[in-house]
Design a protein around this ligand. Structure first.
Ligand code: PEP
Ligand code: CO
Length: 462
């Protein structure tokens, strides 16, 4: 691998994106106030360190080689109001539990990344929302404006950038405290306990897995002749959609010892489907930062497009730099994914490939509720494992919208809500998330799909 300082960026600077068409950006009415806020943001400490970002890039390089699996998950949109202890610990808890199931089931190290501590800006299909003949700016996430349908709430307010930075810092601070304080210790009860698994059809499957894992750990301790070292405890990295470019630019810092710019608002930004167009401001901005970068890949993106993304974002074929998150939907993945896998392989490219089985499977019920069906989500994921195996290109991970709470937003799963139950606890402002039980069931399904193909790892089924 070349030393990083030789990465050539031509005339790139953190501002060059401003000469390109930037979609999905808010129109702030007060330019002077916006400039003041951005200068303030630029002077505050970064949220993450470049050392952590480099560590994640190295982990992702292992994923790309097929030696580890990436679990990326969290809310569709975090909200400022939900920035509290309970939510942060349940989000970490569900990621921990899923990762244990995956570790045991896939027989691989799992790299955990939350959609956490900064997932506050959302792309919208229309700039305006019209209700009863009144048109107001669409709600674009708490970083930009507020959800209630009033002119005051919907007008973009730059002060919210500071409120978002602060919420991200508070979230990260508490997440780090929980992880340091033992949440991630294997013996911690929150790692295992979930009322939904004490009884019911999934409890035996989960219990079998738990026993297997604890036995493996005991075996490792016996082999080592001592208790497992602290460093076996887990990390959680952060990610969010790199959508609001002024916000990302203000948190981009030159790191002299690496000779590169890092976006230190998060470890792992991703470029959404709506902003990944060739020539876009988003591609221009993210090509110049040193973080690992992910791009959503969806319906209509052909091999030439994806090869262009790779050439632009990862000209040096840097291990762990590029992740492609495909989100075609259960109905289209079999047709649209194989040509991309083949083209990238033929071009000598080995990005991290991740399946997002959520965003291509969104539907609206007859009564107008946005939902997703568990069977379609699990089905797309199983199809993704099959397609990747057939192409000889490892599926490196999964990207899901989930919450540790007992919401009723997605339909199905062993004990999941029916269509009629959706209104009971539908809390998402944007996309429907898997609830705690559905998220764990999805992890079990993945583990079992894998075990079916690798009989030596077959899980004990009741
Ligand atoms: C998202 O991940 O919330 C999202 C908007 O996804 P996509 O860009 O794939 O539509
Ligand atoms: Co979403």
């Amino acid at each position: 691998m070349r030393p990083m300082s030789t990465v050539r960026l031509g005339d790139w600077t953190p501002e060059t994106w401003q000469a390109r068409p930037a979609s999905q950006q808010p129109a702030y009415p007060d330019a002077a106030a916006t400039t003041r806020v951005l200068a303030r943001l630029n002077g505050l400490p970064p949220l993450v360190s470049h050392g952590e970002v480099d560590r994640l890039r190295a982990e992702l390089a292992r994923v790309a080689r097929g030696e580890a699996f990436l679990l990326q998950g969290g809310d569709c949109a975090e909200s400022f109001e939900d920035c509290n202890a309970e939510r942060i610990s349940t989000q970490l808890g569900v990621l921990m539990q899923m990762s244990l199931v995956l570790m045991q089931g896939l027989g691989q190290r799992v790299v955990r990344v939350g959609r956490l501590a900064g997932q506050y800006a959302k792309p919208r299909s229309a700039d305006l929302e019209v209700r009863d003949g009144v048109a107001l700016p669409s709600y674009r996430g708490d970083l930009i404006n507020s959800a209630p349908f009033t002119a005051a709430d919907r007008t973009p307010d730059p002060e919210l950038l500071l409120r978002g930075y602060e919420r991200a810092a508070l979230t990260l601070n508490y997440a780090r405290a929980l992880l340091d304080g033992g949440l991630a210790d294997l013996a911690h009860p929150a790692r295992w306990d979930h009322a939904l698994f004490k009884a019911g059809p999934m409890s035996a499957r989960y219990e079998a897995l738990r026993v297997q894992l604890l036995e493996s750990l005991r075996l490792m301790e016996q082999l080592a002749g001592q208790p497992l070292p602290e460093r076996l405890r887990f990390d959680v990295f952060t990610s969010h959609e790199g959508l609001h470019l002024l916000y990302e630019q203000a948190q981009t810092r030159w790191v002299a010892e690496r000779g590169r710019f890092y976006d230190l608002s998060t470890h792992f930004p991703w470029i959404g489907l709506r902003t990944a167009t060739p020539g876009s401001a988003h591609l221009e901005f993210f090509r110049g930062i040193a973080n690992p970068i992910a791009v959503k890949v969806g319906p209509g993106m052909d091999p030439a497009w994806v090869l262009e993304l790779a050439a632009l974002l990862d000209p040096q074929h840097e291990p762990g730099r590029l992740t492609l998150i495909h989100r075609f939907g259960a109905a289209r993945i079999a047709r649209e994914l194989p040509p991309l896998l083949a083209a990238m392989r033929a071009a000598g490219r080995a990005p991290v490939w991740v399946c997002d089985p959520m965003h291509g499977n969104t539907e609206v019920t007859a009564s107008g509720v946005k939902t997703r069906r568990f069977e379609r989500i699990a089905g797309e994921l199983e199809e993704a494992f099959r397609i990747h195996a057939a192409a000889g290109v490892p599926l490196g991970g999964v990207h899901v919208e989930l919450t540790g709470e007992d919401v009723t937003e997605c339909i199905g799963g062993t004990r999941g809500p029916t269509e009629a139950d959706l209104e009971r606890a539908y809390r998402s402002q944007v996309d429907p998330r898997l609830n705690h039980a559905q998220a764990l069931e999805l992890a079990l399904r993945m583990a079992e799909a894998h075990a079916t193909r690798h009989p030596t790892l077959r899980l004990h089924r009741p």
